[in-house]
Ligand binder design. Structure first.
Ligand code: FAD
Ligand code: 2HG
Ligand code: ZN
Length: 463
């Protein structure tokens, strides 16, 4: 967009000069995604401070026929928050809308603007002795609006559900600039269509999330964290089954980590695993407001060793030890990035199919892409694995990606369990969903954004 385009003056009139970023150096951090795979060229970055300003920006861009790309903390894994290279798309950053409006520990709710950092919202809940149970390694940067717009998952989905399960109310700005205020703090609300669900997880393609009411839960006072080595994924599932039976209502994380992932973290983050190398590890966490959990968890693990499900393990004795076990898990993504190029797959398959899926996919890749290395880890309790394939020159990322997704489809799985489609998976979504599902998606887009100016080319192809 030419520097003298009248839209720049209009936007400055709405958000003030400090709210419009045009200098190349200042735009740079907004212009490329976390994985540095999708560089874009924003016409400018606009940073409104209120819902009314967001609405005015949306109306101004619509009048000028200019597309808007919403951005939160820019930690997304699918390239959804960065514009294309045309230089004609305006990047709408929500990072100045950062008020926590209310924490209600009795009603168990927290109302926050879209630009509040997830960890800051969690701290506010903790200050009222409550838990906001959305936990991800990017929580120090991801913003509430981004978390809602991606329907983020993370390590506590097993107990508390995806973000969708924790959103009670939402405020959105529609593509025509109207503000819809649904910031209700109700557990029960069956009055008409639950329209907020359309905006949760739609990655900024149907509307702009400006604020949310999130559900809080009681904060566990007692918790147990254990790192356990298992020989095979089958044993991990048997242990999950046993844990569901014996301490199921307290289980909050059941993560699978391959030996290769632990090795990467040792190499690139310098973190030492407290138990001997193994093919697979489980990082398990349980929490309760009631005492007695540790005894139950120790009994569970003791019998898991007797039954041969577990071969080695450690239970954290202190909060600091628990944090150091979690650090191993949290540094995998960063360590993988340092190691080199990878083809990421964020897949889910029915839980009981995981061992067969892992065996069959590894054998298939050895055939079609010899020399690849795997970095497999993820949220086993949710049937969601990050099946990341580390490649070298000569490997064809596209064909590896399609081969893994074909296997996922054959197992009745999903090609995106939690990270979304963004621009990274647009073609694969088209390839793997039915014509009826894709037509329905286009109908929704047409109804809510007929001019196609909200995050075009993300989730669905252009046009
Ligand atoms: P962004 O990256 O800024 O945006 C993501 C998408 O939402 C884009 O399409 C953007 O256009 C849209 N968007 C952003 N804000 C708004 C808004 N206010 N209104 C409308 N649309 C908007 N994800 C998981 O699910 N589970 C994990 O365990 C997990 N772990 C991660 C670990 C690391 C180290 C990293 C880097 C990422 C991880 N992620 C994980 C991915 C990412 O953190 C989440 O998707 C997060 O929810 C994105 O939030 P964000 O504010 O950074 O959004
Ligand atoms: C996690 O579970 C994230 O740590 C990131 O979802 C996964 O790096 C990845 O592929
Ligand atoms: Zn994940």
């Amino acid at each position: 967009m030419a520097p003298d385009h009248p839209l720049f003056d209009t936007l400055t009139g709405i958000v003030g000069a400090a709210g419009v970023v045009t200098a190349a150096d200042d735009i740079a951090p907004y212009a490329i995604d976390w994985r540095r795979l999708f560089p874009g060229t924003p016409a400018c970055v606009v940073r409104p401070k209120s819902t009314a300003e967001v609405a005015a920006v949306v109306r101004a861009c619509r009048a000028a026929g200019v597309a808007l790309v919403p951005q939160g903390g820019n930690t997304g894994m699918a390239g959804g928050a960065v514009p294309d290279a045309s230089g004609r798309q305006v990047l709408l950053s929500l990072n100045r809308m950062n008020a926590i409006r209310e924490v209600d520990p009795v009603g168990l709710t927290l109302e926050a603007e879209a630009g509040v950092i997830l960890s800051v919202a969690k701290e506010a809940a903790a200050a009222s002795d409550r838990l906001l149970p959305i936990s991800l390694a990017a929580e120090g940067s991801a913003l509430i609006g981004g978390v809602v717009s991606t329907n983020a998952g993370g390590i506590n989905v097993l107990r508390y559900g995806m973000t969708r399960a924790l959103v009670l109310g939402l405020e959105v700005v529609l593509a025509d600039g109207r503000i819809v205020n649904g910031l209700r703090r109700l557990r029960k609300d069956n009055a008409g269509y639950d329209w907020k669900q359309l905006f949760i997880g739609s990655e900024g393609t149907l509307g702009i999330v400006t604020a949310a009411v999130l559900r809080l839960v009681p904060k566990p006072r007692h918790s147990v964290t254990a790192l356990i080595a298992v020989e095979k994924p089958e044993a991990a599932l048997r242990l999950l089954d046993k844990a569901q039976t014996e301490i199921g209502d307290t289980l909050q994380a059941f993560e699978l980590i391959s030996g290769a992932s632990i090795a990467l973290v040792g190499q690139h983050a310098g973190l030492k695993c407290p138990i001997a190398p193994a093919s697979w590890f489980l990082l398990i966490e349980a929490g309760s407001t009631l005492p007695g959990l540790r005894d139950a968890a120790e009994a569970l693990l003791a019998s898991a060793f007797e039954d041969g499900m577990a071969v080695d393990g450690v239970i954290a004795e202190t909060g600091a030890q628990a944090a150091s076990l979690w650090a191993l898990r949290e540094h995998i993504t960063e360590s993988e990035a340092r190691e080199g190029k990878s083809v990421k797959h964020d897949i889910s398959v029915p839980l009981t199919s995981i061992p067969a899926f892992l065996a069959e996919t590894e054998a298939m890749l050895a055939e079609v892409a010899p020399g690849i290395r795997l970095n497999v880890f993820g949220h086993l309790g949710d049937g969601n694995l990050h099946y990341n394939v580390m490649i070298q020159s000569g490997h064809d990322a596209g064909s590896i990606n399609r081969a893994v997704h074909d296997m996922v489809t054959r197992y009745g799985g999903s090609i995106s369990a939690e990270h979304g489609i963004g621009q990274y998976r647009v073609e694969e979504l088209q390839r793997t969903r039915s014509p009826e599902e894709l037509a329905l998606a286009r109908q929704l887009k047409q109804a809510l954004d007929p001019a196609g100016l909200l995050n075009p080319g993300k989730v669905l192809p252009h046009g």
